[in-house]
Design a protein around this ligand. Structure first.
Ligand code: HEM
Ligand SMILES: *[C@@H]1O[C@H](CO)[C@@H](O)[C@H](O)[C@H]1NC(C)=O
Ligand SMILES: *[C@@H]1O[C@H](CO)[C@@H](O)[C@H](O)[C@H]1NC(C)=O
Ligand SMILES: *[C@@H]1O[C@H](CO)[C@@H](O)[C@H](O)[C@H]1NC(C)=O
Ligand SMILES: *[C@@H]1O[C@H](CO)[C@@H](O)[C@H](O)[C@H]1NC(C)=O
Ligand SMILES: *[C@@H]1O[C@H](CO)[C@@H](O)[C@H](O)[C@H]1NC(C)=O
Ligand SMILES: *[C@@H]1O[C@H](CO)[C@@H](O)[C@H](O)[C@H]1NC(C)=O
Length: 500
């Protein structure tokens, strides 16, 4: 009896909530009461709509013209990457302006829960896709023009590991659909597909999702991600320690972009997509087998310490530069402090002392801060999401990742930048894979670096008791399964240049 009354009450209340009058007639964009984005304490909050409006006005940035995924970082809860090929360019061009553009989510819309759509919809095109649409202007980025497959050997990829769809030549674009539930994403996708009526076809797709429970915001090795992205002048207020970059480092044609571009390309951004498989049981076994030997730490703590020194942060997100021997979860959860370091310390030799953070650590390789003077333009906005299931009991017990393709897990890596050769590709090739960066013979980045040709590699600086000791990695724990380079145009470019 009570249950029935309760259910009736719930049904009544729900009806009251959902039957909001004056909903936009387009049912893909109802007003929301909870955010489609995650917001773990360690990750910086987005600016409020009001803050963003006033800072963007000060540099003349139009956040309503910029696709929403570009500036928000790794905050999606669920995200589908739908790689497509254009089957009927004429129909697709007319649908782009009439049917797709009204669904494209701008940056402004994401900043207040009340203006968020049910599902974020963004779209980006490969060079092949631009050509299919008859867009012949040169965007001024040679890596984009050539496509990622042509960059594979420079990136150190073993192309036999590439997913065949990325190694083929049929991907014209990608739809990014993100929401708090897969149900919403599926509904949006089916509505899009019925609107598009076969003008594009699916080549490949990846469903990403934030990890469950307390792991939300952490990548599959267990480390909190999405903490450090540069602050963009005109978008976000910098947190202590955060790099600040001109908008043109990320957005094409904006102040700070040194390349000549077609005028319509302004406010677009290049999206470097990578499917990066993570071999989690193997990584965990490596940490156990190579645990460090700090005298005052337990074996488990010495195991954790090795992982933290490889990454440059503890799993909580606390930077080893600030807390070298023990994790500090309170520091980790405080965005005012968790990015406020640059590897310098009083009475400390920055050029030789690895007692706080190894030179090879992933975050030091990919953002060397004061090591190279503190001010440089090789910055990206990372906007990826984990994909694949949690490690199964059988995998954990055997220390080996399953060969079942449905159990593959990793990072659906997304980097935005105005110049791929100065952004993602630079970080991977000249920093992560370079044994001499930033100092002689330190080895590759132990997380994402690879030897060329692929094989065992030795990484320096990981042992705080003996910085001259190299540790050998007989395998890579991150394996590139390939990807593609895309251009994510502004809303006005979709309207005026991409549509017909
Ligand atoms: C599966 C592969 C990867 C994993 C597991 C991973 C993991 C992480 C983690 C845990 C952090 C620290 C959290 C943060 O600062 O936000 C981080 C930071 C970062 N990663 Fe990765 N990452 C991966 C791939 C890459 C790739 C391919 C690149 C670029 C080539 C990259 C560039 C960066 C940068 C620039 C930072 C911020 C460094 C800083 O500002 O301190 N990551 N990554
Ligand atoms: C900002 O961009 C939107 C979307 O392209 C456009 O409708 C609007 O007119 C632009 N505003 C200004 C002030 O240029
Ligand atoms: C969403 O669609 C995918 C692909 O069609 C399907 O595998 C999955 O079960 C669907 N999920 C939900 C929650 O409907
Ligand atoms: C959908 O595509 C089919 C086959 O190309 C065509 O006959 C039909 O008219 C299209 N429907 C709409 C609503 O455009
Ligand atoms: C270990 O702990 C002892 C006692 O607390 C302290 O005297 C010593 O300095 C510590 N050693 C290291 C390497 O931290
Ligand atoms: C590094 O941080 C220290 C302390 O905040 C600061 O004094 C110094 O100028 C910074 N160095 C660089 C190169 O940014
Ligand atoms: C998994 O690796 C750990 C650490 O090396 C080891 O103790 C354990 O015996 C291994 N399990 C199997 C089944 O090989």
């Amino acid at each position: 009896m009570k249950l029935t009354h309760f259910s009736l009450l719930v049904a009544f209340v729900l009806q009251g909530v959902y039957a909001v009058p004056n909903l936009p007639s387009n049912d893909l964009k109802p007003r929301r009461t909870s955010s489609i984005l995650i917001n773990p304490a360690a990750q910086p909050a987005l600016p409020s709509a009001q803050q963003a409006a006033s800072s963007s006005a000060s540099v003349g940035l139009n956040l309503t013209n910029i696709q929403g995924d570009i500036l928000i970082g790794m905050k999606k809860n669920k995200e589908l990457f739908f790689f497509f090929s254009i089957v009927d360019p004429t129909s697709f061009k007319s649908q782009l302006g009439a049917d797709i553009l009204p669904l494209i989510t701008s940056t402004t819309e994401l900043l207040a829960v009340s203006t968020q759509p049910n599902t974020l919809v963004n779209i980006a095109f490969s060079q092949r896709g631009l050509t299919a649409l008859g867009i012949t202007d040169n965007l001024g980025d040679s890596l984009f023009t050539a496509g990622q497959l042509n960059d594979a050997s420079s990136l150190g990829d073993t192309t036999s590991n590439w997913v065949s769809e990325f190694a083929g030549t049929s991907i014209d674009g990608v739809l990014l659909l993100a929401s708090d539930t897969v149900d919403n994403i599926n509904n949006t996708l089916s509505q899009l597909q019925s609107t598009l009526n076969g003008s594009i076809s699916e080549v490949y797709s990846i469903q990403g999702q934030a990890r469950p429970g307390n792991e939300q915001g952490h990548e599959h090795f267990g480390f909190m991600d999405g903490i450090s992205n540069p602050a963009i002048d005109g978008f976000s207020t910098p947190l202590p320690g955060q790099a600040v970059v001109a908008p043109g480092i990320i957005l094409v044609g904006e102040q700070g972009d040194g390349t000549t571009r077609p005028s319509w390309a302004i406010d677009g951004s290049f999206l470097a997509f990578r499917q990066l498989e993570q071999r989690v049981p193997e990584f965990n076994k490596f940490l156990i087998d190579n645990a460090l030997s700090e005298p005052n730490l337990t074996v488990d703590q010495n195991t954790e310490l090795l992982g933290a020194r490889m990454m440059g942060r503890w799993k909580s997100g606390a930077p080893v530069d600030l807390t070298p021997l023990v994790d500090d979860p309170v520091l980790a959860a405080d965005p005012q402090r968790n990015n406020n370091f640059n590897y310098t310390h009083p009475d400390f030799n920055l050029a030789t002392d690895q007692s706080h953070c190894p030179f090879s650590a992933h975050i030091r390789k990919t953002n060397p801060r004061a090591d190279i003077g503190g001010s440089f333009s090789e910055h990206i906005i990372r906007a990826g999401i984990p994909y694949g299931p949690e490690v199964t009991d059988a995998e954990a017990a055997s220390n080996v990742s399953s060969t079942d393709p449905t159990l593959e897990r990793g990072l659906a890596f997304v980097a935005y930048q105005a110049n791929i050769g100065n952004g993602f590709a630079f970080l991977q090739q000249f920093w992560a894979n370079n044994i001499n960066f930033h100092t002689s013979s330190v080895g590759q980045d132990p997380i994402i670096g690879v030897a060329t040709p692929d094989g065992p590699r030795s990484v320096g600086g990981l042992d705080p008791l003996d910085s001259t000791r190299d540790i050998t990695l007989n395998q890579d724990f991150v394996i590139s399964r390939g990807g593609e380079y895309f251009f994510s145009p502004s809303l006005s470019a979709i309207q005026n240049t991409f549509s017909a």
